[in-house]
Write a protein that binds this ligand. Structure first.
Ligand SMILES: Nc1ncnc2c1ncn2[C@@H]1O[C@H](COP(=O)(O)OP(=O)(O)O)[C@@H](O)[C@H]1O
Ligand SMILES: [Mg+2]
Length: 204
């Protein structure tokens, strides 16, 4: 497989390559020397398995995620579709369509939550905009849960990510909320939890 490293993050190395004629991304969670070896193995294995499983499941609910082509649990590697697009982080900064993108992000998260999936790391670096559609990536910290509190924490993290990476556009979360409620009828309850979490943060 021809390949080139594009990102070496804290958790994983991302490589672009070609695999059976397809443009793919290879995400490898390499061993971390600073972690206890058995804990390290456990974390890499569970996050890899989770990520591949949740991406595939999210697609069933109409949330765009990269197609998983292969998974190597022993080496903590996922081979997935290379989504050609731009990070939401960059699009939101530069495009006039940022509010519409925020609404679509809200719809994607709403679909996840409606179906009992929590992403765990909702930042605009974990979303790729391709032809106007939102693709969610980086599900390694996600889980299956219908607990309202977990969904609230998930959305609160997104609100904080928007406030810090896109502070010039304070209305973004309102548009996220709008999209969220469009697909998730009971989402109002979760939005109330987001407000509660913010209050707790402010007064504790
Ligand atoms: N399937 C993909 N298609 C295109 N780019 C990707 C894909 N997966 C990851 N990337 C790029 O690599 C970066 C890091 O990937 P990510 O899964 O978020 O790993 P990390 O855990 O290091 O944050 C993303 O922000 C994105 O730019
Ligand atoms: Mg990421």
């Amino acid at each position: 497989m021809s390949s080139s490293i594009v990102k070496r993050g804290a958790e994983a190395t991302i490589t672009w390559g070609e695999w059976h004629g397809r443009q793919v991304v290879v995400k490898e969670r390499s061993p971390k020397a600073y972690r206890d070896p058995s804990l390290d193995k456990h974390l890499r294995t569970t996050r890899t398995r989770r990520e591949a499983g949740l991406m595939a499941e999210a697609r069933k609910y109409g949330v765009r995620t990269p197609v998983v082509f292969d998974i190597d649990i022993v080496n903590s590697i996922i081979i997935m579709e290379h989504v050609e697009g731009e990070l939401a982080k960059d699009v939101i900064q530069s495009s006039e369509d940022r509010n519409e993108i925020a609404r679509l992000i809200g719809r994607s998260v709403g679909l996840l939550h409606l179906n009992g999936l929590v992403h765990g790391d909702l930042t605009t670096s974990n979303m790729i905009i391709q032809a106007g559609n939102v693709n969610l990536i980086d599900f390694g910290l996600g889980e299956r849960s219908h607990e309202p509190e977990k969904k609230g924490v998930d959305l609160h993290l997104l609100k904080e990510a928007l406030d810090s990476a896109h502070s010039q556009f304070p209305e973004l979360f309102d548009h996220v909320s709008q999209g969220y409620l469009e697909v998730y009828g009971e989402g109002e309850k979760i939005l109330t939890i987001v407000t509660d979490i913010e209050k707790r943060g402010r007064y504790s």
